[in-house]
Design a protein around this ligand. Structure first.
Ligand code: F7E
Length: 323
């Protein structure tokens, strides 16, 4: 039975990836912070109790090399999926030092612990389209130049180079997935898609009367997390590991997301959505849209859940939760 170790297992991608790998017969190990185990109702809300019984959780923290060393040596994984990070871009603008420290030094700790304890293990690093930032071409692929516009993007770009360096100079089987935005009903509430679907559902049920957002014209290439975790796994099954852009190839504006989410509830977003100057980003990226043709050709990966299906699933899940 292959063994996988997942950092960030309690997050959106970690929970879908665990379910996917369990269905493939993996033994799953995850690294969580102590407080997630002490308060599982909050820290592990994305997992059913049956799922929790099926995974082995280790207490560890990206800022502690000894704890990661211990987790890797106990789990003895065949595959590591490094998903944990400070991932909210807006916070990274306010909390530059801790974002860079946790995202970059944490990745370094884990790479080094892997090299020491599981040198034959395959290692996946969660990169991000934020690495492209002020992109000079559209769509962006693996050969596009990087120009991050946030400390989060800088931390992911530096992590990407570190992973490549371990692959080239330390013979570690490591790669990066450059993932564009991916959403689901398990998305955190701070991200714009979840903010829209949760508030739209509350408005529908008479629990709220408006939604405040920043730039409605910002564009993103939004896919579904369930599709994207499959790409992570496919990347690690290749004989020679490489880096891949994972995206849908279609971008939409925040306004379009609102229009569709509210329309799914029989509402017109223009009656409820207000823009607030303080919710605009100080430095926005150029419209990001990915070109995943390399992943399609070499991994046989393509997204299966459409933009409209994803929004409908998210809105329906909000309504079900509230009701
Ligand atoms: O913003 C605009 C905002 O916070 C999307 C993370 O997973 O994907 C995610 O990063 C867009 C931006 O995600 C609001 O200005 C407008 O243009 O949902 P978001 P993100 O920053 O794109 C990448 C690939 C990652 O790697 C990250 O970890 O929506 N926007 N009004 C707003 N955004 C938020 N959050 N809130 C608003 O009110």
């Amino acid at each position: 039975m292959p063994r996988a170790l997942i950092t960030g297992i309690s997050g959106q991608d970690g929970s879908y990836l665990s379910e996917f790998l369990l269905s493939k017969g993996y033994e799953i190990h995850g690294i969580v912070r102590r407080k997630a185990i002490e308060d599982p109702r909050h820290g592990l809300w994305r997992f059913s109790s049956e799922m929790i019984d099926n995974i082995t959780l280790h207490i560890g923290s990206l800022d502690s090399y000894p704890s990661l060393y211990d987790c890797v040596s106990k789990a003895k994984p065949d595959e590591i999926y490094h998903l944990a990070a400070c991932s909210f871009v807006s916070y990274s603008m306010e909390e530059e030092f801790s974002t860079l420290d946790i995202n970059l030094t944490g990745t370094h700790h884990l790479l080094s612990a892997t090299k020491a304890n599981a040198p034959d293990c395959r290692f996946y690093f969660a990169g991000s389209s934020e690495m492209f930032g002020d992109a000079r071409e559209c769509p962006q692929n693996e050969n596009s130049s990087f120009h991050p516009r946030s400390v989060y993007g800088i931390s992911k770009l530096a992590g990407f180079h570190l992973v490549r360096n371990y692959r080239e100079n330390h013979a570690l089987k490591a790669c990066t997935g450059i993932l564009f935005n991916h959403e689901s009903p398990r998305r955190g509430f701070e991200f714009v898609t979840r903010k829209i679907t949760s508030q739209a559902a509350r408005i529908k049920l008479g629990l709220a009367d408006s939604l405040e957002l920043g730039n409605l014209d910002a564009e993103r290439d939004w896919g579904h997390s369930r599709d994207y975790v499959k790409a992570m796994w496919l990347m690690l099954q290749k004989e020679e590991l490489d880096d891949y852009v994972i995206s849908t190839g279609i971008s939409h504006s925040v306004r379009c997301y609102c229009e569709k989410a509210f329309a799914h509830l029989g509402l017109d977003y223009r009656d409820y959505v207000k823009t607030k100057e303080n919710l605009f980003r100080a430095s926005e990226t150029t419209p990001l849209r990915g070109d995943s043709s390399k992943a399609a050709k070499e991994l046989g990966w393509k997204p299966e859940i459409s933009f409209d299906q994803m929004i409908a699933e998210m809105v329906d899940a909000e309504l079900a939760d509230l009701q």
